[in-house]
Design a protein. Structure first.
Length: 325
């Protein structure tokens, strides 16, 4: 099952769009074991920066990054549930021995941070304050959703939400020993608490689900799930800030490791989609007509991109944010 099906399922579940058809899952067909990260997919993308890659583009399997220095190691994201997190911890220990460990996550969504409990007491956990608050508010809702609708109840059943040991507001630095990592919070975008992690001296940036290489952006708008906090305008501003740092290696939430070119391509798409929605709603067109007219245009611009099921919702987000009075 490809990750693009997440969009259709969410859309059908929340009744947020007429563009997606419901997806039926067998009631007893739990697929949690298929969503465990694979340590065979680890690669060093820059000195001291290892990524357990989503190389096969498997639904609900993220990229997990392990950054090592002379004195400590930082793990970014845990994978879905404790089974993946145990493997990530194992690999971090292999790479770093008994060095001090830190854990952070790019955002609160289950496949990125719902294994944090495995690291409690093993690593110092650091989140930005908004991310911590969003996890406590929405975490139980998403645990139920993933368990009941995405056929990963086995992965969700033993998830406990743990608070970070350290929270910060705008920016934090971690000196791992000869390798300084920056944690940046730039306000709401894909979620309320998205975090950009960078290693400035090496030109490495970790963006989580702010970027999926060769994919349309995931802009969640789910009133039934109490999740309408996506901010596409600030999201675009984050891209500008990241681009100004001239990154060489861009690590997305899912998919292939990217470069500055992937960041630019996603930014250009967002600019075009936003401008077209504004133009069409200014001309008096309503959301369903805008979706019907614009979706094939955006699809034709990037026929090889994944996550086409999210285009209708991206249009809706721009419409809700920019067109409704």
């Amino acid at each position: 099952m490809k990750k693009i099906k997440l969009a259709a399922l969410f859309l059908a579940t929340s009744m947020a769009s007429t563009f997606a058809a419901p997806i039926a899952f067998a009631a007893n067909s739990d697929i949690s074991k298929e969503k465990i990260v694979s340590l065979a997919n680890i690669t060093e993308v820059s000195p001291g920066v290892h990524v357990i890659e989503d190389r096969q583009h498997i639904f609900l399997v993220p990229n997990v990054t392990i950054i090592t220095g002379k004195d400590a190691v930082l793990i970014v994201d845990t994978g879905l549930g404790t089974a993946s997190a145990e493997l990530v911890l194992q690999e971090a220990r292999r790479l770093a021995g008994n060095k001090k460990m830190y854990l952070t996550v790019t955002h609160f969504h289950p496949e990125h941070g719902f294994g944090a409990q495995v690291f409690k007491g093993q690593a110092t956990i650091i989140y930005n304050r908004a991310q911590r608050d969003e996890l406590l508010k929405k975490g139980p809702i998403f645990r139920t959703l993933f368990s009941e609708k995405l056929a990963v109840s086995e992965a969700m059943k033993d998830v406990n939400f743990v608070e970070p040991d350290i929270t910060y507001d705008n920016e934090a630095s971690i000196d791992l020993g000869g390798r300084v990592v920056k944690l940046h919070y730039y306000q709401a975008a894909h979620t309320l608490g998205d975090q950009v992690i960078s290693i400035p001296e090496q030109g490495v940036v970790i963006l989580g689900d702010l970027l999926e290489t060769n994919s349309f952006p995931i802009m969640p708008w789910f009133p039934d799930l109490q999740d309408t906090d996506v901010d596409p305008l600030n999201w675009r501003e984050i891209f500008r800030k990241v681009a100004a740092s001239n990154p060489k290696i861009v690590i997305p939430g899912h998919g292939n490791i990217g470069t500055r070119a992937d960041l630019d391509a996603s930014a250009q798409h967002m600019d075009f989609a936003r401008e077209e929605v504004i133009k069409l709603c200014t001309a008096g067109k309503l959301l369903p007509d805008i979706q019907k007219e614009l979706t094939p245009v955006l699809t034709a611009q990037h026929p090889d991109w994944d996550l086409k099921d999210w285009i209708g919702m991206e249009i809706q987000v721009y419409y809700e944010r920019l067109c409704r009075k």
